[in-house]
Design a protein around this ligand. Structure first.
Ligand code: DAH
Length: 338
């Protein structure tokens, strides 16, 4: 009997090693593992074994059965795993590939630059960390002048100096341009600005502005209006209406703010435009004679206009967005729309 068990064990091992298809596995099961299979038949013959030999033969039989069964199980799970692997479905739509792209504010900045370049402006830049002179004083903000409070300032520790600030607007780049270039000067100056403001739906502590400056002989307010109107039409669409309102900035005289018709109500009056039908898009004016003199330009000979606008705000008005924070929350559902 032990001889027969040994022979069958060898047979089972060689059968197992030869299996490579589900059909062969099934044939193995029918040959060895079913009620009428080889193993069961040997078990039936246990009756013939003497009482003394039974424990040993029984043990060998159990080993045989376990080996056959676990060999079978192992192969079966391997085979079924192979079967479970889905075949390729060529009718499935392809997975979406997400492409990176420029941030919407950088796109808006590029659009503005393009419009002004077409009108003959060049692009100038200046440092984000400024001194009081360029950010305020040369722009005709005298020390202790209340206009300094219009822009809540971040001061920067820099050795013993107390006049170092993060620029609160891009207007100091005007000063740098006029100090280093002879008129005619016609440039826009895009860049990041910083204000000590709390972050709300309408304000950020860090945002972008584009400044514009044109200095030459005989520059007029009519030219300023014409240039800004052309810009507004190119940016917001041909149908846009605009108006100039008197305003105050220390560095321009006269000063104005420009409004366009509200994108939401088309000038009828609504919540967004506080029932006025108008939305402010920028500040502007004729460069103050003091500012020209501060930069070594003779105000008796030259005149200039200047303007400044926030890029986020301009873009919000173009797309009808009511919360500025969305630009910087890195939410793909928002950013992916641009
Ligand atoms: N610097 C102003 C601000 O940040 C914006 C501005 C207004 C710029 C009038 C100008 C200007 O050049 O002429 O609020």
């Amino acid at each position: 009997m032990l001889e027969e068990i040994k022979a069958l064990s060898a047979q089972i091992k060689s059968d197992l090693s030869a299996i490579s298809t589900p059909e062969e596995l099934e044939a193995f099961r029918l040959k060895h593992l079913v009620r009428k299979g080889t193993i069961a038949q040997l078990f039936d013959r246990m009756r013939e074994v003497s009482k003394e030999d039974k424990p040993l033969v029984g043990k060998e039989m159990n080993i045989l059965r376990t080996t056959a069964q676990s060999g079978f199980d192992e192969l079966q799970s391997g085979v079924s795993k192979k079967e479970a692997k889905p075949s390729e479905d060529l009718t499935l739509p392809p997975r979406t590939l997400y492409h990176g792209h420029e941030h919407p504010i950088m796109q808006a900045k590029a659009r503005m630059e393009e419009i002004f370049i077409r009108m003959g402006f060049t692009i100038a830049t200046g440092p984000d960390i400024e001194d009081d002179y360029h950010n305020f004083e040369a722009l005709n903000f005298p020390p202790d002048h209340p206009a300094r409070d219009m822009q809540d300032t971040f001061f920067v520790k820099h050795g013993d100096r107390e006049d170092v600030v993060l620029r609160t607007h891009t207007s100091p780049v005007q000063i740098r341009m006029m100090q280093s270039h002879e008129p005619p000067i016609r440039a826009i100056m895009p860049g990041r600005v910083y204000r000590n403001e709390s972050i709300t739906a309408r304000s950020l502590a860090e945002f972008y502005q584009v400044e514009g400056l044109y200095v030459d002989k005989g520059v007029t307010m009519a030219q300023l209006k014409g240039t800004l109107f052309e810009f507004a039409k190119a940016y917001y669409g041909e149908d846009i209406k605009f108006r100039f309102r008197p305003s105050f900035f220390p560095f321009t005289e006269p000063s104005a703010e420009m409004d366009i018709t509200c994108f939401l109500c088309d000038g009828q009056g609504c919540r967004v435009c506080k029932q006025s039908g108008w939305l402010e898009i920028l500040g502007c004016g004729m460069v103050h004679p003091n500012v020209l003199s501060n930069c070594g330009i003779d105000p008796e000979v030259y005149s200039g206009y200047a303007f400044g606008m926030g890029i986020e705000r301009t873009q919000m008005l173009a797309i009808g967005l009511d919360d500025i924070r969305l630009f910087y929350e890195n939410d793909m559902r928002f950013l992916g729309q641009f």
